[in-house]
Ligand binder design. Structure first.
Ligand code: FE2
Length: 411
């Protein structure tokens, strides 16, 4: 075998060694006694399948302050700033920033990212840049790209044609932004068009859906119905879904089973939406995250995404999915032990499921895993500790020393 990870602990508390040969896991058992090219000592440390970010914008990342900072903190000012930036940035700059971010993300144990890419940039530099990045990182990091018409499927001139052009160029997933179209009717029409296009081409769908505090923004209902009509069950995700926070409870009681029936996944983005939403409220201010515990209880697959790291919408972010889950469990009031464990799954196993990845700590799965300087998932969420060792497809791609803390104080 090539790598043997010795003495680790799995998320459920069982002790395990993990053997990797080539790019696959070949054994997971308590005491594997065999020769290996490389031994990774994980004594008592948590071994997890990789972190996965199911919602990101890599064409905008690390551009904070260009052309200026977002003073209102709103989605709409962010979109306006991005509009200005995309007219001036070059393909080379986008590639450089994206690769910088990918290095940081791998160091934090992220081995797959679904990134939306704005296809309404007339120069198409964003799409060309991220296709190049996808190719350059592919041996380590799975980058899935979504054809995202930021300025609207119909509202942007030629928006639909640009989505098709991006898919023709090799972008993986059909995107959309129905709440940003001119009217509710055009938003619903864009959802229908996106689902039909995905069905025609055998692709997945991931829409920015109802990223609004408006309780009447109900495009998720159309998305679920169109998913069923087009036979796309299990291949569709609704990202953000923040309007659900403000919807009438009676309506939501009908909506949740429909989302579950359609097997539409939900991808809330707690770091960004706790800052973008509720901006027009006085007090009390709404939390602006979708109804995570209720979606889970209805049987919907839910993953937390990061959305932004230092870009026109969000000034912070570090590529650490444990920060994302930490914020998500706070906003969702998910502090029961099972809920916290679920929050950990929502940045590892659940997004991998949504993206159709072969991660998982079992024989036959990809030889990709992370050793954390923590004993279990709850401790990992509490401490957000060093990723001691990151292995991607049978290759060690990052090591971090545990934090040394030597307080010079006596009590
Ligand atoms: Fe987004």
């Amino acid at each position: 075998m090539d790598i043997l990870v010795k003495g680790g602990v799995l998320a459920d508390g069982t002790a395990a060694d993990i053997a990797i040969t080539g790019d696959r896991i070949t054994a997971v058992a308590p005491n594997i006694d065999a020769e290996a090219r490389e031994i990774v000592s994980a004594q008592g440390k948590l071994i997890t399948q990789p972190f996965v970010d199911a919602h990101f914008h890599m064409d905008a990342t690390l551009s904070y302050g260009r052309p200026r900072v977002n003073r209102s903190g709103t989605l709409l000012e962010g979109i306006a700033l991005w509009g200005a930036l995309k007219r001036e940035q070059t393909r080379k700059e986008i590639v450089g920033r994206a690769l910088d971010y990918c290095r940081q993300a791998v160091g934090k144990g992220i081995l797959a990212i679904r990134s939306h890419v704005d296809v309404t940039d007339a120069s198409f530099a964003t799409v060309e840049a991220l296709l190049e990045v996808r190719d350059r990182v592919k041996d380590v990091l799975d980058l899935q790209l979504v054809a995202f018409p930021q300025d609207g499927w119909y509202r942007a001139l030629g928006g639909e044609d640009q989505v098709i052009r991006a898919l023709d160029a090799g972008v993986d997933v059909v995107g959309g932004i129905p709440h940003f179209e001119r009217t509710m009717a055009e938003g619903a029409a864009s959802v229908r068009a996106a689902c039909e296009l995905a069905a025609e081409r055998g692709l997945r769908v991931d829409l920015h859906c109802d990223e609004s505090d408006d309780p009447l923004s109900r495009h998720i209902e159309t998305l679920a119905a169109e998913t069923i009509r087009c036979g796309l069950q299990g291949r569709v995700a609704g990202s953000h879904l923040t309007s659900m926070h403000s919807m009438d409870n009676y309506y939501v009681a009908k909506l949740l089973p429909l989302i579950a029936e359609a097997e539409v996944a939900a991808i809330p983005n707690p770091l960004i939406n706790i800052t973008l939403q509720g901006r027009m409220d006085s007090y009390p201010k709404r939390r602006g995250m979708t109804r995570v515990p209720e979606l889970r209880a209805a049987g919907v697959t839910v993953a937390f995404g990061q959305d932004c790291v230092r870009d026109p919408w969000y000034p912070l972010g570090s590529g650490d999915m444990l920060d994302v889950a930490h914020m998500g469990l706070h906003v969702g009031l998910m502090t029961a032990p099972d809920d916290m464990r679920a929050a950990f799954d929502m940045v590892t196993a659940r997004p991998a499921e949504i993206m159709g990845l072969e991660f998982g700590l079992a024989p036959g799965r990809l030889g990709s895993l992370v050793v954390l300087d923590a004993s279990d998932p709850i401790d990992a969420l509490r401490l957000r500790p060093a990723r001691l060792c990151v292995i991607s497809r049978g290759r060690i791609v990052s090591r971090t020393e545990p934090a040394a803390w030597t307080p010079d104080v006596r009590f």
